[in-house]
Write a protein that binds this ligand. Structure first.
Ligand SMILES: NC(=O)C1=CN([C@@H]2O[C@H](COP(=O)(O)OP(=O)(O)OC[C@H]3O[C@@H](n4cnc5c(N)ncnc54)[C@H](OP(=O)(O)O)[C@@H]3O)[C@@H](O)[C@H]2O)C=CC1
Ligand SMILES: O=C(O)C1=N[C@H](C(=O)O)C[C@H](O)C1
Length: 269
């Protein structure tokens, strides 16, 4: 165990936080050395194993990220944009690999993360699963092969606790489609139609978001033209796929030079 990379999980009590803790513990490839929650969380000061309803693990959840990161070779972070920006600077200070799964990041957050990547390895992706990253490549190839007679629409569905839309995955797919078309997504993005919107603009990439129940994550990329349609689809049924991808990224990053990477780098796609 001594030589295994030490991992800190931020947002430890969250849906992904708890899944990540279980994944690290079961992997045999890394050891859990810390868990971080925000000040005031009932988890702070508790053993994380007990907080998850099991046996004690000897890892106490803290609200002091710097203290936790100092012991870590990697920080896996699925939290919220403001927290992730703070963690990026602190992980870089500790020279720990920072794996970012947080979505809903705006340009101002991304600029700060890029600055931290000058000093440490950062792997960021709106979706860490193998299947979605493969879908990203397929989307780019299909969009490249088809002209703007084919309307591109991205439809995503998630659980009713999700706070951002379009999902990080939908935006990855939109970026891939735009790249395939040789355009900038910002110039063709059409999100949140409502009311008298006018007819669809040729070349636009549309986004629709469904929120309900406990849907883990579903993404369709629709290519629609007169007389025929192509649908590329990914359905996630278990959050373990994201946690496994994140742990793979944390291990992959151990011998890499400082910089900004994504899951396509990790998976060699
Ligand atoms: N890239 C990928 O593959 C995936 C990405 N995600 C993304 O991961 C993020 C988290 O998702 P999910 O786990 O469902 O959300 P949850 O709300 O269940 O978990 C987020 C956790 O982060 C905690 N948190 C927020 N701010 C801080 C802070 N400053 N310090 C410490 N902890 C903090 C929250 O605490 P509190 O509740 O007190 O706010 C909560 O426990 C989302 O952005 C989601 O889109 C999700 C799945 C896959
Ligand atoms: O919030 C979620 O749950 C998920 N978020 C990511 C996203 O925004 O795409 C990944 C996955 O779809 C689950």
């Amino acid at each position: 165990m001594g030589d295994l990379p030490g991992i800190v999980i931020t947002g430890a009590s969250g849906r992904m936080g708890q899944m990540l803790i279980r994944t690290v513990l079961e992997s045999g490839k890394a050891k859990l050395v810390g868990a971080v929650e925000r000040a005031g969380s009932p988890w702070v000061g508790r053993d994380v194993g007990e907080a998850m309803g099991g046996a004690a693990l000897g890892v106490i959840c803290t609200d002091d990220p710097l203290e936790a990161f100092a012991k870590a070779q990697a920080v896996i972070d699925f939290t919220a944009p403001a927290a992730t920006v703070e963690f990026a600077a602190l992980a870089a200070q500790a020279r720990a690999v920072h794996v970012i799964g947080t979505t809903g990041l705006e340009a101002e957050h991304l600029a700060k993360i890029a600055a931290a990547a000058h000093h440490a390895v950062i792997v960021r992706a709106g979706n860490m699963s193998l299947g979605v990253n493969l879908l990203v490549k397929l989307t780019q190839k299909v969009a490249q092969a088809l002209d703007a007679d084919w309307d591109i629409e991205i439809i995503e569905a998630h659980h009713n606790r999700k706070v951002d839309a379009p999902s990080g995955t939908a935006l990855m797919l939109g970026e891939a489609a735009a790249e395939g078309r040789g355009v900038a997504l910002a110039d063709v993005r059409d999100s949140g139609r409502d009311g008298i919107t006018g007819a669809r603009q040729r070349g636009d990439i549309g986004f629709s978001a469904i929120r309900g129940g406990d849907i883990v994550g579903e993404h369709d990329v629709l290519f629609a033209s007169p007389g025929e349609r192509i649908v590329l689809r990914h359905v996630a049924t278990d959050r373990a796929i994201f946690a496994r991808g994140a742990l793979k990224a944390a291990l992959w990053g151990q011998d890499k030079a400082p910089g900004a990477y994504d899951m396509l780098d990790v998976l060699g796609l």
